[in-house]
Design a protein around this ligand. Structure first.
Ligand SMILES: [Mn+2]
Length: 507
């Protein structure tokens, strides 16, 4: 779905979730600007306990001139709108948005999918904010942000507050927006400095005295009373400074679910992955190795866990996480060929770019992928390879020519990679120009025959490979543990679907 699909109506109502936060207001504002610019009769509304009262949101609405209206439908006085109703940062029919009736409904959201019977839906749970999604939709339509003063600042602030001041950012698209959007930093500072009330300060203080600490695995779990989600980040950052605490998670209740914040300072725990683990199937979570956050939907939680108190769920799930994974350190581990089979890698087409055909030698570039950013300086023998997972890595000409033959065909991510969630981009750091890798890459095919030992995993593992001792590779049951034929210490994980796509048993 894109925004042109929604232009068939003259009257458009955009509705934030009840008791909206900055992200809901900003993303609603983005859609409002777009449709007003198209000459539509558009308005932005929200419902809930009462009109917005938080200082930072009042300032945001005032300083950025956001025309947003509070409505209070009741059973006796239901609310009907003409034309199209779009729920933003929430899903029409879900518990956190008051029901109003429109001729046609659309959903634009970044939470876990709860409502799947609305045809015009665009829900991308991997994004850190709904503002990012709206920004992407506006960019696709080449919307002129100069026509909407204040919008850039609103969207930036939406992402800022939904990712704990950008520290829990998880998706490359979030980073793209953060870098692209023009915003007023003085206003962001002003809003941020009016974020907490004295009551919330007290909540943070109380939460810090009520924690559980797990002695064996050195983690803490903290439950806070309902408060601004950014408090959770303050609390988790604070806890991590305690000498015996290596990782921690803080959670609290919000209107329609639970917010979590996760921190880690040891290589054995990737906070982003732990956040995803804690919210799996009932919400969404992610972030970086040391800082992450997430959200659990109350209705999805209750469907799965019924009456179980959320604190019990989190305590149990944390224990599971620490018990579940076996740690493998490549240096001290030796694979046992007796329990493995030999597999040969299929020669599947992948992508490549000769870097100096894109930008001149000496240009600093950043390659952005789902896995993260990589900074390089272009040299005349630099090749950039796009692997079967859509992952990107550098190669030297000598090695490239030895290992691949080129076909001359243009590269298509859909044909050559299993994941197309985010098309990797190359940014020229000298002039800021962004290029989609798919627009320039060509196809190459590996020439050699590579064989490995591999076995299916029957338990979860975290493997510290011999080439990266800082971060682990995660393996789940069903994935494969692989080892080089000539070096049984060189072990690593291959995801199940990739394994079956790219290897065959040697006969
Ligand atoms: Mn949001």
């Amino acid at each position: 779905m894109n925004l042109t699909d929604l232009e068939g109506y003259d009257s458009i109502t955009i509705q934030c979730h009840d008791n909206p936060d900055a992200d809901a207001i900003a993303s609603g504002f983005g859609l409002l600007c777009y449709f007003l610019n198209k000459g539509k009769k558009a308005r932005l509304v929200y419902s809930g306990r009462g009109p917005v009262s938080k200082s930072n949101l009042l300032l945001m609405i005032e300083k950025l001139d956001i025309p947003i209206t509070y409505i209070k439908p009741t059973p006796n006085q239901p609310y009907r709108v003409d034309g199209l109703l779009i729920t933003v940062d929430c899903q029409y029919g879900a518990g956190n948005v008051t029901g109003i009736t429109g001729e046609k409904v659309a959903i634009i959201d970044h939470h876990q999918v709860e409502i799947d019977n609305v045809e015009n839906s665009l829900i991308l749970p991997s994004l850190g904010s709904c503002s990012t999604l709206v920004w992407k939709l506006l960019k696709e339509q080449e919307f002129d942000f100069n026509k909407a003063p204040g919008l850039g600042t609103a969207l930036y602030y939406g992402l800022f507050t939904d990712t704990n001041q950008m520290s829990e950012i998880r998706h490359p698209l979030d980073m793209d927006m953060r870098e692209d959007v023009v915003y007023d930093n003085a206003l962001i500072l002003l809003f941020s400095n009016c974020n907490l009330s004295l009551k919330e300060l007290e909540i943070a203080g109380v939460a810090m005295t009520k924690y559980t600490f797990h002695d064996t695995h050195k983690y803490a779990v903290i439950m806070a009373q309902p408060c601004d989600p950014n408090i959770l980040g303050v609390i988790s950052d604070f806890f991590l400074q305690v000498d015996v605490i290596q990782s921690c998670m803080v959670f609290n209740e919000t209107g329609d679910g639970y917010k979590i914040s996760v921190r880690s300072c040891v290589r054995e725990v990737n906070a982003g992955e732990l956040a995803a683990y804690l919210t799996k199937g009932i919400g969404s979570g992610g972030g970086h190795y040391s800082k992450a956050g997430g959200y659990v939907s109350r209705s999805l939680y209750e469907k799965q866990y019924g009456e179980l108190p959320i604190s019990d769920y989190f305590y149990r799930r944390m224990e599971e996480y620490f018990e579940f994974f076996r740690l493998i350190y490549a240096d001290s581990y030796e694979a046992d060929p007796a329990e493995m089979k030999v597999y040969t890698k299929k020669n599947l087409p992948i992508g490549y770019i000769k870097a100096d055909e894109l930008v001149p030698v000496g240009t600093p570039i950043t390659i952005r992928t789902l896995e993260g950013d990589m900074d390089l300086v272009v040299e005349d023998d630099l090749y950039i390879i796009i692997g079967i997972k859509g992952e990107v890595y550098p190669n030297r000409r000598e090695k490239f020519e030895r290992s691949y033959r080129t076909t001359g065909e243009a590269y298509r991510l859909e044909d050559c990679a299993v994941s197309a969630d985010y098309i990797p981009t190359i940014k020229n750091r000298e002039n800021g120009q962004n290029m989609l890798i798919t627009a320039y890459a060509k196809v190459c095919i590996p020439t050699g025959k590579v064989s490995i030992y591999a076995k299916e995993l029957d338990c979860g593992v975290k493997v510290f490979t011999s080439w990266d001792k800082e971060k682990y590779m995660l393996g789940k049951p069903g994935d494969y543990l692989a080892a080089r034929l000539d070096d049984l210490h060189d072990v690593y994980v291959i995801e199940r679907d990739i394994f079956f796509k790219s290897y065959e048993e040697k006969v």
